[in-house]
Write a new protein. Structure first.
Length: 154
């Protein structure tokens, strides 16, 4: 799957997103921030974890790290661990560095870090290592239907 698949998934949710494919890499939060000229905190990282063995996508600020204990609690579980690249691809249809916040192979339990709500403009991956789109926390909440909770270390 790639940026066109993601754009189609967004359209199916009634969103008209401007998916941009750039010459520069947007694979990491730092790269993405440089590519669009914003702060790293405005980048939405889509990270995959397993909470009690069940896939869980976390939408986190680019300048923060997910706290595994906070994530497990927010997702209603006991233990959380990072998913490996093969699992990420199998469950989302996208490779690490291009995983969008929604529009995956199958619906995923999703948790969005509450800190994202403090940024008026956000940028998130759009299905490829150099593709992203401009968005807001409110738009992500409507599209991804996440649980919103503080899951990142300060």
């Amino acid at each position: 799957m790639g940026p066109r698949d993601f754009a189609a998934a967004a359209q199916a949710r009634g969103l008209s997103l401007d998916v941009r494919e750039l010459a520069a890499s947007t694979r990491t939060a730092r790269d993405a921030a440089r590519a669009v000229g914003c702060h790293e905190r405005q980048i939405v990282k889509s990270l995959m974890f397993l909470v009690d063995g069940i896939p869980c996508l976390v939408l986190a600020r680019g300048d923060r790290r997910v706290d595994l204990a906070l994530l497990a609690a927010a997702a209603g579980g006991k233990e959380a661990e990072r998913a490996d690249a093969e699992r990420v691809y199998a469950d989302t249809g996208y490779a690490i560095g291009g995983v969008p916040p929604f529009g995956h192979r199958a619906p995923l339990r999703t948790v969005m870090d509450a800190c994202l709500e403090s940024e008026p403009v956000l940028y998130a991956a759009a299905g490829g290592p150099n593709a992203l789109f401009r968005t807001t926390a409110q738009e992500l909440e409507r599209a991804a239907l996440p649980v919103v909770a503080c899951v990142c270390a300060k």
